[in-house]
Design a binder for this molecule. Structure first.
Ligand code: FE2
Ligand code: FE2
Length: 225
């Protein structure tokens, strides 16, 4: 690979796309999708592949995919995974990225949305899990949040979140704690399909996805802990 995570982070055009996408989503009432979100996704996607001993190039590409995955929201929320991959297909070639890497990143970005996506590669599986587990109080936009909205209530309620990879047990674990504004039942109501997508993605990586809310394992039988 010839273009690094730091190169992309310093690329003004791409970071402008990230910021514009986030601004547009703010205007139509979505939670934070800006620098905090994409850097967190980059970190977690990289950590997942690193924790499973993938080569450092794949870890770096997963981090890049995390950083750029939501740029399609600059066009429209609907089908943003597809529009994002089309934008990136041009932009990443413009900066001279190896064509193989461009294709891998665009496949991962194009497959990350739960409405139309599914894991198609190691990068894609890591990106999906990282993206779907970013529920946290910091995602609520302080200037415009509403406790009438279930997404804001759920995010606001999550005050602790940890993703760990256990290579020996072949487990990717999301452990989080929530209180005050929303219940685990409400979380499951909104996040069920995303959690299923995490399970499929973990399977793609030869692992199981374990969801733990307030200390309770939500998706495994008691004896499998
Ligand atoms: Fe997205
Ligand atoms: Fe995202």
């Amino acid at each position: 690979m010839n273009v690094t995570f730091e190169d992309i982070k310093k690329n003004e055009r791409i970071m402008q796309l990230v910021n514009k996408a986030n601004e547009n989503l703010g205007i139509i009432g979505y939670t934070e999708h800006g620098a905090r979100h994409v850097n967190y996704i980059a970190t977690i996607a990289g950590r997942i592949l690193a924790g499973l001993d993938y080569p450092s190039e794949r870890v770096e590409l997963a981090r890049i995919a995390g950083l750029v995955h939501d740029v399609g929201n600059m066009f429209n929320r609907k089908y943003h995974s597809l529009t994002g991959s089309v934008i990136l297909f041009e932009e990443l070639q413009k900066i001279g990225m190896d064509f193989d890497d461009v294709c891998d990143i665009c496949s991962a970005v194009g497959s990350h949305d739960e409405e139309i996506g599914a894991p198609v590669s190691d990068l894609s599986a890591a990106l999906i899990i990282a993206d779907k587990v970013d529920a946290y109080k910091a995602r609520v936009r302080k200037e415009s949040y509403s406790l009438a909205g279930i997404h804001d209530r759920i995010n606001l309620s999550i005050y602790e979140t940890h993703v760990t990879v256990n290579k020996e047990k072949k487990q990717i674990v999301w452990e989080m704690r929530m209180k005050d504004h929303a219940t685990p039942m409400e979380f499951m109501e909104i996040y069920f399909s995303r959690m299923r997508m995490c399970e499929k993605s973990a399977e793609f990586l030869g692992c199981r996805f374990k969801l733990v809310i307030n200390g309770l394992v939500m998706n495994q039988l008691g004896e499998e802990r």
